[in-house]
Design a protein around this ligand. Structure first.
Ligand SMILES: Nc1nc2c(ncn2[C@@H]2O[C@H](COP(=O)(O)OP(=O)(O)OP(=O)(O)O)[C@@H](O)[C@H]2O)c(=O)[nH]1
Ligand SMILES: [K+]
Ligand SMILES: [Mg+2]
Length: 342
């Protein structure tokens, strides 16, 4: 049965991809909401109609987005900016989405296209409504290849010109076997490839690796309108994983939500230092995870990278402090850098 299930899933994933094909071309025609990326990070507000997305945007940013008790008040993408710890976080208010969004119901497709471009998704939920909303939205995002709060499966996969399928694993596998992996690959008409499982992955995760173009995104489930539910219910929701409870109406727990959002964004703050001076801890350079010295240079000045000789770095990214590094050195959160020009 494991084999049948695995195969069935491979087939399903393939048909689903085909189903979604025409949507790609319509998106290419410019159907999406064109909002410029700006600031240090982007957060998309996804949720059913009237859960309080626009109320939230108006509260957290200096942008006003119309809020009302009727559904589909918001019809387009409205950007605002949250200033927090020296970072400018772009917050996007979006139209509500409903079941069938991925198939193009309402503005679902456009909303999901924007969600794919975000660094973090805030899934806003109405605390007075049941859990079913959350499951439905998760399904919609899953069906278009967005993976919430999951990391990329640790599988090495490389299609080859010949030589058949070579399969290896560095851990004991409880969900996949060589035979199942082969069956799934054949389903995708792949007969030559190198596969190395470095993690005990499921058939679904393996399919994700074959298909590619999946987006692995942190997601915060934000339960709004807690002013309308019992204490016991608030307590229960707040303890769910990746969840925060708030009330926009009564301005409850918004500070905590910001703290959590900051944690989920996992931005890298770099402090600069001039020779013979103390680091400037008041003005951080904020970068996404995985930034190099070169990224830091570009942030300071357009031409700095071309004049770069070496840099001295203090912090967790180096073995000793300070350490002399080149442009490709990867920076870590709260490192201090001094750049020496030619
Ligand atoms: N009781 C209560 N009502 C709230 C709260 N936050 C928002 N609302 C109300 O919920 C209704 C919908 O709010 P909106 O901000 O328009 O919701 P939305 O998610 O942007 O809705 P669409 O744009 O239609 O998708 C409004 O009547 C708000 O006043 C809250 O914390 N508590
Ligand atoms: K509304
Ligand atoms: Mg709205």
């Amino acid at each position: 049965t494991e084999y049948h299930l695995g195969l069935l899933k491979a087939k399903l994933a393939k048909y689903r991809a085909q189903l979604l094909e025409p949507s790609k071309s319509s998106a290419a025609k410019g159907e999406g909401f064109d909002v410029m990326k700006s600031g240090d990070a982007r957060v998309a507000l996804i949720g059913f109609p009237s859960v309080g997305k626009s109320t939230f945007l108006s509260l957290m940013t200096s942008t006003a987005s119309e809020a009302a008790s009727y559904e589909f008040t918001t019809l387009t993408c409205i950007p605002g900016v949250i200033e927090y710890k020296g970072a400018n976080i772009q917050l996007l208010d979006l139209p509500g989405i409903i079941e069938g969004a991925a198939q193009g119901k309402g503005r679902g497709r456009q909303v999901i296209a924007v969600a794919r471009t975000a660094d973090v998704v805030i899934m806003m939920l109405d605390a007075t409504k049941g859990e079913v909303q959350r499951a439905l939205l998760e399904k919609e995002l899953e069906s278009v290849g967005i993976r919430l709060n999951k990391s990329k499966p640790n599988i090495y996969f490389k299609p080859k010109k010949g030589g058949g399928i070579s399969f290896n694993s560095t851990v004991t596998l409880t969900q996949c076997s060589e035979k199942l992996v082969q069956l799934i690959l054949h389903e995708y008409k792949i007969f030559n490839a190198e596969v190395l499982f470095r993690e005990d992955c499921s058939p679904d995760e393996f399919i994700d690796v074959i298909v590619g173009n999946r987006v692995y995104m942190p997601c915060l489930y934000v339960y709004n309108k807690i002013d309308q539910i019992s204490m016991e219910e608030v307590d229960r929701l707040a303890r769910r994983p990746h969840s925060v409870v708030i009330s926009c109406g009564m301005k409850l727990n918004l500070d905590y939500l910001l703290e959590k959002l900051w944690e989920y964004l996992a931005l890298t703050c770099i402090y600069t230092k001039k020779r013979g001076q103390r680091p400037d801890f008041t003005d951080a350079i904020i970068l996404r995870k995985g930034a190099s010295v070169e990224h830091v240079c570009h942030r300071i000045h357009r031409s700095l990278a071309s004049q770069f000789k070496y840099a001295l770095v203090w912090g967790t990214s180096t073995k000793y402090s300070p350490q002399r590094v080149g442009l490709t050195h990867m920076m870590e959160h709260e490192d201090v850098i001094q750049i020496v020009k030619k």
